[in-house]
Design a protein around this ligand. Structure first.
Ligand code: GLA
Length: 395
């Protein structure tokens, strides 16, 4: 993996060569999620953090209304104009175009732009590289054209781009984490009220490490949207009796038992997982505040069981990785992370055992699954930022 400075230098250099001017540079990080999976679009609680894997975006405005984008990672370009934005047939430009489209829908006056972007967030690994591209774009436009959006608005614009332009009905967690990340802190976010609290990751004994199955499931986004619909259907069944219930956040076990269980077994399983998981996030945050990492880790295992059996978004590779590490006493917790059907597991492990366990797991995984897994050590970092301000430098 190249050094960060090498990546940013390459992006800046490409920009200068292609567009013959100096860009402003922005970056936005990927994210992990400690606990609280699939709860964001149910107005529930989540506990993400931004990590030291980034999208870097070099940008400068143009005099006309053209948009020229170059992807450093795909070595591919795309051009359109502000008045002709539509879905590309390549996907990678859509995360940028979707954000520009949302900003225009808010009646903001823009000019055309030149963009070069790239980074080191592995794609399809569940680390939200797409949210990072969206947030970097939203932040860059906000800065370049003085649009006056606050951080929450930038996260919401980015989420809406994903929902409406890209077509994945995701919640707010990824974009919120990318924008609001803070060094060495988890973000306890209430997705109903947007209230959030930073919880320190205060330990020199344990670390988080990701094991990447290297599985990128092609059905992930359609299955994701289907889960979301199932949750909404559960709410509709409850609403027939309690019209004031507008999300599973407000639902109780008794409501699920009375109004969903007799009619729809699958919807019942899905909803039951969600209300248990929302409660688990609350409890897990208390564990962290009491530095009870063992108890926190147990809840990570419980989340995995729920995602595997009730919510059914795991896959055999993810299950293998969690199963393999669970009997090591030095592994406090492990679970699949993110939307599911592939991507990474997140593991909380005693520092002294990390190398040994990572190596044994990699060997066992390759033997059992016939493919290599990847290992990502991570640090928790700040959210979206301006890296280099070419406009002020040249003044
Ligand atoms: C994806 C979505 C998020 C969230 C997670 C599951 O990452 O983008 O909004 O729903 O899945 O927790």
């Amino acid at each position: 993996m190249p050094e960060l400075s090498e990546i940013t230098n390459n992006i800046e250099q490409t920009f200068k060569t292609k567009f013959n001017s100096s860009p402003d540079m922005f970056y936005s990080p990927g994210r992990i999620n400690l606990i609280g999976e699939h709860t964001d679009y149910n107005n529930g609680l989540v506990l993400p953090a931004a990590i030291d894997k980034y999208i870097f975006l070099a940008i400068a405005s143009r005099e006309d209304d053209e948009i020229h984008i170059f992807s450093q990672d795909y070595q591919d370009s795309y051009a359109t104009s502000l008045s002709a934005i539509q879905i590309s047939n390549k996907l990678w430009p859509d995360y940028i175009l979707g954000v520009i489209d949302q900003i225009q829908k808010l009646d903001k006056k823009l000019r055309g732009v030149n963009i070069v972007f790239g980074g080191n967030i592995p794609q399809g690994a569940g680390l939200s590289s797409s949210a990072a591209v969206e947030c970097a774009t939203a932040y860059a436009f906000n800065s370049l054209f003085n649009l006056g959006f606050n951080s929450l608005e930038l996260a919401k614009i980015s989420q809406k781009a994903e929902n409406e332009f890209v077509g994945v009905k995701c919640g707010l967690m990824d974009q919120f984490a990318s924008v609001f990340g803070k060094e060495n802190k988890f973000i306890k976010l209430d997705c109903g009220s947007y209230e959030h609290q930073y919880i320190p990751f205060d330990t020199d004994q344990y670390s988080l490490i990701l094991f990447d199955t290297q599985v990128k499931h092609s059905l992930a986004s359609s299955a994701y949207n289907e889960r979301r619909q199932q949750c909404e259907y559960g709410v509709q069944l409850i609403q027939k009796h309690y019209p004031e219930i507008t999300s599973l956040r407000q639902a109780t076990q008794a409501m699920l038992d009375e109004f969903i269980k007799p009619f729809d077994a699958i919807t019942y399983k899905r909803c039951q997982y969600i209300i248990q998981e929302i409660k688990r996030v609350e409890d897990a945050c208390n564990d962290l505040l009491e530095s009870d990492f063992r108890q926190f880790g147990k809840r990570m295992f419980q989340t995995h069981e729920g995602l595997k059996n009730e919510y059914e978004v795991s896959c055999k590779e993810l299950d293998f990785l969690v199963d393999f590490v669970k009997d090591y006493p030095e592994v406090l917790g492990a679970r699949m992370m993110g939307g599911g059907f592939g991507g990474c597991t997140i593991n909380l492990i005693e520092n002294k055992a990390i190398d040994n366990i990572s190596n044994s797991t990699a060997i066992a995984y390759e033997k059992a699954m016939g493919k290599a897994m990847k290992i990502y050590p991570i640090s928790i970092v700040d959210g979206t930022k301006l890296l280099k301000d070419a406009r002020n430098e040249s003044k």
